[in-house]
Design a protein around this ligand. Structure first.
Ligand code: FNR
Length: 240
């Protein structure tokens, strides 16, 4: 076996995604039998974290405050996500900690701030984004819109071709319907794929959620499970 072949194979084995891609290409080139190719694709799409390893998911809450109901809802979603696929690598991007400046093109033109670059690369390196947002004055909270605006600028629009699962929690009865609609419009403009259904509106969430991500709402849990299962399926299909 040549040195270059050994290098390609050892690199592939240390990167499961690359290995899967290489195997698919090898089968495709060697056999060129559609049926084999379809079967391999089928295994790839339906394997729960065995062949498709370590899906990377980031969660963003549209609220900065420590006691945010939307941060608690993200924690509940992380638990549901891990039940669906324990191999998922989940990271919360906390807008309070990241502390992005208010978008200003002068700042961008001078030099993209380091925290903006880190925020952008965290999104770009993810396979799937979950956003849980409150509604502020019938629209997207300014902090979240600011983060999306930064993510859309620079060398690359970080949300391009990203699958995004949207949900929202409120202490009232409105359920974040309007802010989610506005969020979908902004993300569609950025060419991302928002999962249209089920829509997850968690009303009076202060009575249902705690710090640890415990969520006393069977209907809400079931809706989030469906939303995340669809988001994972769409992500895998887009990447196959
Ligand atoms: C709100 N809230 C609110 N709720 C709603 O249903 N419709 C709205 O238009 C608004 N507008 C609004 C504006 C501003 C500036 C604030 C601070 C709040 C209430 C909001 O939904 C509630 O405070 C949520 O609990 C905030 O989300 P977190 O921080 O708990 O995640």
């Amino acid at each position: 076996m040549s040195h270059s072949t050994q290098t390609v194979l050892s690199t592939s084995f240390s990167h499961p995604r690359l290995l899967m891609y290489s195997l698919k290409r090898i089968f495709h080139l060697l056999f060129r039998f559609d049926r084999i190719y379809i079967t391999i694709n089928h295994i790839f799409l339906h394997s729960p974290g065995i062949l498709y390893m370590n899906m990377r998911v980031v969660g963003i809450a549209g609220s900065l405050r420590i006691e945010s109901l939307n941060k608690k809802l993200l924690r509940a979603s992380e638990k549901i996500l891990k039940e669906i696929d324990p191999s998922v690598e989940y990271t919360e991007l906390d807008l309070k900690t990241i502390a992005l400046p208010v978008y200003d093109q002068d700042i961008q033109d001078a030099r993209m701030p380091e925290n903006v670059l880190q925020f952008k690369s965290a999104i770009q390196n993810s396979d799937l984004v979950i956003i849980s947002t409150p509604e502020y004055n019938h629209s997207i909270p300014g902090g979240l819109k600011n983060a999306i605006d930064w993510a859309s600028r620079g060398d690359k629009n970080s949300f391009a071709n990203k699958v995004v699962a949207i949900m929202g929690a409120t202490d009232g009865m409105g359920g974040t319907i309007r802010s989610q609609e506005h969020l979908r419009v902004a993300l569609a403009t950025l060419n991302s794929f928002t999962i249209p259904y089920p829509e997850v509106f968690i009303r009076q969430a202060q009575n249902k959620l705690d710090e640890q991500g415990n969520f006393a709402d069977d209907k809400g849990i079931s809706q989030i499970r469906k939303l995340l299962e669809r988001a994972i399926t769409v992500t895998k299909k887009l990447q196959s």
